[in-house]
Design a protein around this ligand. Structure first.
Ligand code: GLU
Length: 503
């Protein structure tokens, strides 16, 4: 029988969630859902020095915003808990002990001062094959000496003993055959002096304990894979080792490096999913959500960073992504992040969404500028009129202000040079002709008819009408605006504007 698919997203709660992290979560999620499997959120918080208060809740909230709800997590629990590594601390030491007993790991008693001195003495010092014999560890000390130090509770770490002259090879389901020479890998610490495991030990112990079948993670973890594979082997679990899938990097738009938060700051776009306030410095880093991205668009654009379905299709809903997702179509090459393209996705999503779907987010955006919505139907009408013009949800604020208040300024430069009292007379008559029953086309006909009667070309009166209603040279069809505003409001705006234009 096929094993039930179980995948995990395993972030460390160290700060804001980078879009690369969300994409890792997404590919895990899509794979799990596609195979009726389980999507686990595991919080990797064993590095107490990098722990940041609030980061876990923030990660949970980002996943929720994207619609990726974990089946098992610290929040919802599950049969393989706890799902925070710090709460699993007592489970790891037995594996370190087992590895030592079997000769695959050793105690290292070197003090921080000794290690510092060594680093000064030897250029590019690494603790491993070439140097371990000169160090203060259970490989260079007698059993009695080691036992004595242990009984005196002298601090120690446990290090893996990398084998000599071996090639660790494996098949990555994205990258194919991969191999690493063990001589080039140092003896990584597995258990720290505070008794906490390092990432390397914890990740293997927990992937085993949680019966993870596939490890999807960023390419930056590829160099760690041989260490993990050796641990799976040394702990006697190689036959149940998960499949490995190292996702291509998300690259900066200019150049080849990995996209960093600094690139976002430099180029003026967010890199985090949601706003992140650093609890220590108070610094606020902008997120896609608050900038005005729809979660559907964010998920869609992330899926396309390193995956496609083999056709030209670019727009996908989450259920469609689940249906079409396949590991074979994940690319090996890094994917360049293009913010303009990201906005294009959001624009397409806004354009294709029903007003009722957009209404809650638009209402929130308007609220931040002091506009509160009194009439839901009116808001839906406004959204329908302007959504084609918005790349971001926040664009609705700028694009819709005049629907909720009479303009507080007018683009006079666009009207005044050609303004004349005869035009004022035309607008007075047009205004008087308006009734509540006219649809946009009828208003337009009336407008054109009156223009002819007043010896004007209708075209030269359209812009002044727009400026009267909107304040500036933007917005959808002017008669659509007029109908939405209602004739009494339009009459008021025409009257007010005429006074100003006449001055
Ligand atoms: N805790 C690691 C991270 O922060 C997880 C890497 C992995 O998935 O193995 O990304």
């Amino acid at each position: 029988m096929e094993k039930k698919v179980r995948v995990r997203f395993a972030p460390s709660p160290t700060g804001g969630l980078h879009l690369g992290g969300v994409r890792t979560a997404l590919f895990n999620y899509l794979f799990a859902k596609k195979h009726n499997g389980t999507f686990v959120l595991r919080v990797e918080d064993t590095d107490q020095t990098r722990f940041v208060e609030g980061a876990e809740a923030y990660i949970v909230s980002c996943l929720e915003w994207c619609g990726m709800i974990p089946d098992e997590s610290p929040q919802v629990g599950g049969p393989f808990g706890p799902y925070r590594q710090s709460e699993r601390k007592p489970t790891y030491k037995q594996y370190a002990d087992q590895l030592i007993a079997d000769g695959y790991a050793y105690y290292a008693f070197d003090t921080p001062e000794e290690l510092d001195a060594k680093r000064k003495e030897v250029n590019n010092f690494t603790y491993g094959l070439a140097t371990r014999a000169q160090m203060h560890n259970s490989l260079t000390m007698s059993e009695d000496e080691v036992a004595k130090l242990l009984s005196e509770h002298v601090p120690y770490v446990v290090r893996i003993k990398m084998p000599e002259d071996e090639l660790v090879s494996f098949t990555d389901l994205i990258r194919g055959h991969v191999s690493f020479e063990t001589n080039l890998i140092d003896d990584k610490v597995l258990l720290k002096a505070d008794g906490m495991p390092t990432y390397h030990l914890a990740v293997v112990a927990d992937d085993k304990a949680m019966e993870i079948t596939h490890v999807f993670r960023g390419e930056e973890w590829l160099p760690s894979a041989p260490i993990h594979i050796l641990l799976w082997r040394y702990l006697g679990w190689e036959d149940i080792m998960p499949a490995w899938l190292h996702l291509p990097l998300i690259l900066k738009p200019d150049g080849n490096g990995k996209l960093s938060k600094r690139d976002g700051d430099r180029l003026g776009f967010p890199v985090f999913a949601q706003n992140w306030a650093d609890p220590k410095t108070g610094d606020l880093t902008a997120g896609f959500k608050e900038l005005g991205f729809m979660p559907e668009a964010f998920v869609n654009l992330l899926a396309m960073l390193g995956w496609n379905d083999g056709t030209d299709q670019e727009m996908f809903t989450l259920p469609e992504l689940i249906e079409k997702f396949s590991v074979e179509r994940i690319s090996k090459a890094g994917a360049k992040f293009d913010f303009e393209k990201a906005k294009w996705y959001n624009h397409e999503w806004i354009k294709n969404s029903a007003a009722i779907t957009l209404a809650p987010a638009v209402t929130n955006a308007l609220k931040t500028t002091g506009i509160s919505i009194a009439n839901d139907n009116y808001l839906l009408k406004v959204i329908d009129l302007i959504k084609d013009r918005c790349n971001l949800i926040t664009d609705f604020v700028q694009q819709s202000g005049y629907f909720f208040a009479i303009p507080d300024s007018y683009d006079l430069a666009a009207v005044k040079p050609k303004w004349a009292v005869e035009k004022a007379a035309f607008f007075e008559e047009f205004s008087a002709s308006l009734t509540g029953s006219l649809i946009a086309l009828e208003q337009e006909d009336k407008f054109k008819e009156l223009a002819v009667a007043h010896n004007f070309k209708a075209g030269e009166l359209m812009l002044p009408l727009r400026i009267m209603l909107v304040g500036g040279k933007f917005g959808p069809g002017v008669f659509d605006i007029s109908v939405a505003l209602g004739y009494e409001e339009v009459q008021k705006r025409i009257r007010t504007a005429i006074t100003i234009f006449n001055q």
